[in-house]
Design a protein around this ligand. Sequence first.
Ligand code: SF4
Ligand code: SF4
Length: 330
Amino acid sequence: MRRSLSAPLSDRDRELKGRIFDIQSYSVHDGPGCRTLIFMSGCPFRCKWCCNPESFYNRQGKLYRASKCVNRADKRCTRCLEACPYGAVSDNSQDPDHPMKFDWEKCHVCTTFECVKACYDDALVTISEEYTVEQIMHILERDRHYWSGNGGVTFSGGDPMFQPEFLLAVLERCDEAYIHKAIETEASASTDVYLNVMRHMDFAFNDLKSMDTEKHREYTGMGNEQVLQNIRAFTSSNCSARLILRTPVIRGFNDTEEDFDKIGAFMREVGLNELNILPFHRLGVSKWEELSMTYAFADDKPTSPEKLESLRKVVQGHGVKCYVGSETPF
Ligand code: SF4
Ligand code: SF4
């Protein structure tokens, strides 16, 4: 029987909080049916192409949207400068692209964010919020009326497994409420955590970015050993989730037929037969700017259809079904 949400929470569930940087309802590309997407903060990787770089840290941070900043020659504003107690802000109104300058070393360790409270123009915004298990369950109960028969919740990030205790507490509640659960994961957690989470899942997109661990380290900050170990562990476990591997195509990192031949061979070896190839896009570029970080692929174009087709054929040669972009059949 479905558990009522008024059922008492355990002490652990009541006290736990998870850091979340976005919640989206009505998603149709991140698992079967219509879904609620929960974007959880924190990731051990630092992928140079990441479209959610605000998820890198599992702590509060801020974005500076210079285009909204009104500290211009014709309309001065120095509210954030006056509000910051740490001397991290300086007037830069002579540069219309960056009318305020921030000492990001100071901002990265800030916990008070007075500048954000002082900005009335949404030029400064905090990145994330903390939620309790109960708050998440209320959002899911609200949304479930709009999910189609096989819809549900998808945990994304960041890597949701970066907050395992909170994630597992929510998953247990979803199990009790018969909610369909999906995850988009980097699979970088310890194998124990990875399998504990995957045992709750009905569906998973699991990134496998490259079989070359040195390149993996150069472009993401970490080697691929843990990812490969986790995928192998999944295939010999009793987890019943439908697992689809996912590979973004990144110039100079993994965009050759040889790269995808190695991925296809690995999948054949471990007995997985579905791969989702994601064409490169620049959707995250503005967030890199808002965090004052340098985006390495600012001049790159989206992956050409010809290249995607050639990579697909290589993968299919290993007996693996290959979906490009949002083609994945759910
Ligand atoms: S984030 Fe903190 S340190 Fe940075 S400008 Fe705002 S108040 Fe100052
Ligand atoms: S308070 Fe907001 S609008 Fe004003 S200078 Fe600072 S960032 Fe710009």
